[in-house]
Design a protein around this ligand. Structure first.
Ligand SMILES: C[S@@+](CC[C@H](N)C(=O)[O-])C[C@H]1O[C@@H](n2cnc3c(N)ncnc32)[C@H](O)[C@@H]1O
Length: 292
């Protein structure tokens, strides 16, 4: 990795498994399996596993998007593909998952084959900045666009939302979940928040962390009608998807995967931000045109 690498290339390299890659994807798969996003807060509190809670959240968002059998859906930032495959099974829709790291797409394709979904779930690797235009697709190509904890990596989030709006059919839906920053407790000023969030972004290769309202504003600016903007952990620290009994496993993780202690530093930075309450995850639902 060099200092001259673009942010998006650093993200690609972060997940890349081959020579020179930081192979974070291997570590995440070893620790979390093939679904890498937070789950429904209430479900986890009720004792569901992180995977069950993640699927409940996927179901909630696909319901809000009104995804039906045969619909065409773009899942932006599909990673190892578990969430994309699960949503395809839940809805009966045709999914296209996108990543800019080919080794992730390869893993996701193998999963779709294994789950007998290869005829309606595909995974494409796009160029580092293709998310800004999604030029591979003409206007009105999709019934829905989904994103699960991927837009936080992007340096031009506004461009992604504009592109998502363009490729959706009129009335189509955008739904997604993402990492966010927020004021919490004694940590109210931008400087206090940045003291935690800066290290998270550096170690986990995020461009920056947005806010719940900031995402909704970007969606509106792109032309969407935003119907939901919800902090899943409002008023409480967000420890979702990281049960305390798993902590040691993360902090002592060595291989296969990331070189050096990058991964452990990322976990420490994230846990500090979770503990301070300034990190959370939020979700949105939005419509292209007036919401029905
Ligand atoms: C944390 S993973 C989320 C994986 C998956 N959505 C899940 O929840 O299991 C982030 C994903 O965003 C993708 N991503 C990051 N930057 C990207 C870019 N510039 N273009 C396309 N995909 C990108 C990564 O390749 C990865 O697949």
């Amino acid at each position: 990795m060099t200092d001259t690498m673009s942010h998006e290339a650093r993200v690609r390299n972060f997940y890349h498994d081959g020579p020179g890659g930081e192979a974070a994807g291997q570590a995440y798969s070893a620790l979390m399996g093939d679904v890498w996003h937070h789950g429904d807060n209430a479900a986890e509190k009720a004792g569901k596993s992180p995977l069950e809670a993640a699927m409940i959240l996927e179901q909630r968002l696909t319901n809000l998007a009104g995804i039906k059998p045969g619909d065409r859906v773009l899942d932006f930032g599909s990673g190892p593909g578990g969430a994309t495959c699960a949503m395809a099974i839940m809805t009966g829709a045709v999914f296209v998952g996108l990543s800019n790291t080919e080794t992730l797409s390869q893993r996701a394709r193998a999963l779709a084959e294994q789950r007998d979904l290869a005829d309606r779930v595909s995974f494409l690797t796009v160029g580092d900045t293709d998310y800004r235009t999604l030029t591979a697709w003409p206007d009105h190509s999709f019934d829905a666009v989904t994103f699960f904890e991927s837009v936080c990596h992007l340096s031009d989030k506004e461009a992604f939302f504009r592109a998502a709006h363009r490729v959706l059919r009129p009335g189509g839906r955008l739904v997604g979940l993402d990492w966010l920053q927020r004021p919490f407790g004694e940590h109210q000023s931008p400087e206090q928040i940045e003291a935690f969030i800066g290290a998270v972004c550096e170690h986990i290769r995020l461009a920056d962390l947005g806010t719940l309202d900031g995402y909704a504003a970007m969606m509106r600016e792109a032309g969407f009608t935003v119907t939901h903007a919800v902090d899943e952990f409002a008023g409480e620290p967000c420890w979702g998807s990281t049960p305390p009994e798993d902590r040691e496993k993360w902090l002592t993780y060595t291989s296969p995967g990331p070189a050096g202690d990058l991964f452990v530093q990322g976990k420490r930075a994230l846990d500090a931000a979770r503990g301070a309450g300034v990190f959370t995850v939020g979700w949105w639902a939005a419509a292209k045109g007036p919401a029905e």
